[in-house]
Design a protein around this ligand. Structure first.
Ligand SMILES: NC(=O)c1ccc[n+]([C@@H]2O[C@H](COP(=O)([O-])OP(=O)(O)OC[C@H]3O[C@@H](n4cnc5c(N)ncnc54)[C@H](OP(=O)(O)O)[C@@H]3O)[C@@H](O)[C@H]2O)c1
Length: 357
């Protein structure tokens, strides 16, 4: 079967950009606790770009890339698992080693799927993958293959940031920054599904308009130096403050938003696209603002996220789709140019959406 891995070349972390390499691997046979999944579609995450730049821990040149995917179960390690799963369309939990503790992984060995040595042989950029049966969920029936492939990693990260750490509830005002991003769009959808009023930022007027079509109340362009002042004018008179900020960019986010947040407001930081720091300020401290780090999430949060998506009939936003494992490079180029609004997906099998079971 075909798979896509990284090709090792000379270069230092941050300077290097490893090419993609197609490789042939044997179709896996399942261990007694596993199923074999025929991948239908897979999706790119920022982490995969970091792997190519050697800025992600544990980069491995033999492990297929990508942690997002949807597929059909074609085999199982025991007759019981076969009866339970064979023929079902499933999404893969994109991390391992974290059951349910809201504070973080119980094991200290949390590993994410795709491109690293921490989960050998696993990654969704291959035609078949053997996967623990306890780490799959039925794909929500209202989703197409590309939408289902787009959901796992960003959905999980957004769920933890918005619901577990952000405590977003009905009636609140929430700011989601960088709305073109996959996590940000899910965060906007989840906050809106909770009944919050959502404000967004973006580098592009077009993306701000699209976000409003998808449920954002209003937005401002973060390229404008005083965007926080513009945002202040957009807050409703009846509730002229933010309850929470869900941020994946870092940089000056505390400085920019502490004047907008209520006393005791929450800034959830799930990423630092702009660099490895986001300084806390005395102004934020004096308002009792809490800054909370947030990562992907537990197995339980994954199941809860899939339930929310199913119950509220939420559709992940798809930016671009390419067909076939040979065309994945194009997705990386789109992400590097910042052109995406939502997720970048590759269809791996030509079974298409007829495979929706
Ligand atoms: N902690 C975790 O486990 C975890 C999991 C997933 C992702 N992440 C991190 O979260 C970040 C976003 O991930 P993603 O997959 O959603 O990436 P993505 O789809 O590539 O989105 C990145 C977005 O960042 C926004 N951005 C860039 N500069 C910005 C700025 N100055 N202010 C505000 N927003 C800015 C852009 O928004 P516009 O296009 O609207 O301008 C862009 O669309 C990455 O750093 C990623 O590594 C962390």
């Amino acid at each position: 079967m075909k798979a896509v891995v990284l090709e090792k070349t000379e270069g230092t972390p941050g300077q290097v950009y490893y090419p993609l390499k197609a490789t042939d691997l044997p179709i896996p046979t399942p261990a007694p606790t596993e199923v074999v999944i025929k991948i239908l579609a897979a999706a790119l995450n920022h982490k995969d770009l970091f792997c190519r730049q050697h800025l992600y821990p544990g980069v491995d040149f033999d492990i297929p890339l990508f942690g997002d995917g949807v597929g059909i179960v074609v085999a199982a390690g025991t007759p019981t698992l076969e009866r339970q799963w064979k023929g079902k369309k499933v999404v893969l939990v994109p991390g391992r080693g974290w059951t349910s503790d809201p504070n973080g992984p119980e094991t200290g060995n949390y590993a994410t799927l795709g491109g690293t040595r921490f989960l050998p042989n696993e990654g969704t950029l291959q035609e078949y993958v053997a996967y623990p049966a306890e780490d799959i969920e039925d794909a929500p029936l209202h989703l197409t293959n590309t939408e289902a492939a787009a959901l796992p990693l960003c959905g999980l990260t957004a769920y933890r940031a918005t619901i577990t750490k952000g405590h977003v509830t009905a009636g609140q005002n929430v700011l989601v920054t960088g709305i073109g991003g996959g996590v940000a769009l899910n965060a906007m959808q989840f906050a809106a599904a909770r009944g919050a009023t959502v404000f967004v930022t973006s580098s592009s007027e077009e993306k701000l308009s699209k976000a409003k079509e998808l449920g954002a109340s209003a937005g401002v362009n973060y390229k404008v130096s005083d965007w926080e002042k513009q945002l202040a004018k957009l807050l409703p008179k009846s509730r002229p403050y933010l309850d929470a900020v869900i941020d994946g960019a870092g940089g000056e986010i505390v400085n920019k938003t502490s004047g907008l947040l209520k006393h005791g407001g929450i800034i959830v930081s799930y990423g630092m696209t702009l660099g490895p720091q986001a300084p806390f300020t005395i102004k934020a401290l004096l308002k009792n603002i809490e800054m909370r780090g947030s990562t992907m999430g537990s197995r339980k949060e994954f199941a809860d996220m899939v339930d929310l998506v199913r119950n509220k009939q939420i559709h992940p936003v798809i930016s671009h789709v390419v067909n076939g494992l040979n065309n994945v490079d194009e997705l990386f180029e789109i992400m590097k140019r910042g052109e995406n609004f939502g997720k970048l997906v590759v269809t791996v099998s030509d079974e298409g959406d007829q495979a929706k079971l």
